[in-house]
Ligand binder design. Structure first.
Ligand SMILES: Nc1ncnc2c1ncn2[C@@H]1O[C@H](COP(=O)(O)OP(=O)(O)OP(=O)(O)O)[C@@H](O)[C@H]1O
Ligand SMILES: [Mg+2]
Length: 277
């Protein structure tokens, strides 16, 4: 059954169970000083869907991604990917288990070539500080296979012509593509995309959206933070709205878009841009 058909009969209630959840989150919280940035009681993500996470600025969307992928430590909570517990694990460990993310501000390493950025994605999700420990690359027998996978992804994302250029020479949109490609090096089951369209030239937006739906159609579960409601309505199988760290609404796109609680959350927030919700 297609993912959207499986969700058609799911109640639009925060925390509702899904027919075939790949990610299950329980009681995850994170505070910064007195501010409760994330406070998610229960959330299930249906396998094989594009599930969008929306909510006003500061709602806790990025923090939730940081927690789920091990880039920040939750104060409490548990989550599982296909039944495997992932809390208290490091990012590379979570990536190896099948869940990867991209960043709201891209983290392409500008003084490395495009192909080396991708090959780095096969090792781990690393920060800039770890590069010296990884260079020169010592791939051994896996090198050819990793390089071939990287080249296939460069073709797919139309970056092959930039293969040996420094990542710093890429446009903003191309960096987003590179980051997505890098995340795919580990052949994940779940990919979390934090505003992949932000700052991208409109000409590239359609192509990025095409890549996102292609991933879903290949069976990858996509969790997608996006502010542009036209994009959210057009691409999502399911929408989750966060406000002040908590899930206040979830459901099919139209239901969440017209939920008064969601509209109130945006009006109460400080998102002054009339074009977006
Ligand atoms: N490292 C941090 N230290 C202190 N406060 C933080 C930190 N990270 C996030 N916050 C705060 O936590 C709240 C949630 O932030 P978060 O970045 O998760 O929101 P968001 O929903 O991703 O917002 P946006 O749509 O603007 O990206 C905000 O009030 C933010 O200021
Ligand atoms: Mg954010």
């Amino acid at each position: 059954m297609p993912a959207d058909a499986a969700l058609a009969s799911v109640e639009p209630t925060p925390g509702v169970a899904k027919p075939d959840p790949i990610l299950v989150v329980d009681d995850v919280s994170r505070s910064f000083g007195g501010l409760r940035a994330v406070d998610v009681t229960h959330l299930e993500v249906q396998r094989g869907t594009i599930t969008s996470v929306i909510g006003p600025n500061g709602a806790g969307k990025t923090t939730l991604f940081n927690l789920l992928t091990g880039f920040d430590d939750a104060d409490s909570g548990r989550w599982t990917l296909d039944g495997t517990a992932l809390h208290r694990r490091r990012p590379h460990n979570i990536a190896r288990a099948g869940m990867v993310r991209t960043f709201q501000l891209t983290k392409a390493l500008s003084k490395m070539t495009v192909i080396d950025n991708l090959m780095l994605g096969a090792t781990d999700q690393v920060g800039e500080g770890m590069i010296s420990a990884l260079l020169p690359f010592r791939w051994g027998s896996q090198e050819t296979e990793v390089r071939e996978r990287a080249d296939r992804l460069l073709e797919r994302f139309r970056l092959a012509h930039m293969r040996d250029e420094y990542a710093g020479t890429l446009s903003g949109g191309q960096r987003k593509l590179l980051e997505m490609a890098r995340a795919l090096m580990v052949e994940p089951k779940v990919i979390l995309l934090d505003e992949p369209m932000a700052g991208v030239n409109p000409a590239l937006v359609q192509s990025l959206l095409g890549h996102v739906t292609d991933l879903r159609d290949e069976g990858v579960t996509v969790i997608f933070i996006e502010h542009d409601m036209d994009v959210v309505m057009g691409i999502s199988d399911w929408v989750v709205c966060l406000a002040q760290g908590a899930v206040i609404s979830e459901g099919l796109p139209q239901a969440v878009g017209s939920d008064p609680k969601v509209i109130d959350a945006y009006l109460g927030g400080h998102h002054g841009d009339g074009g977006d919700l």
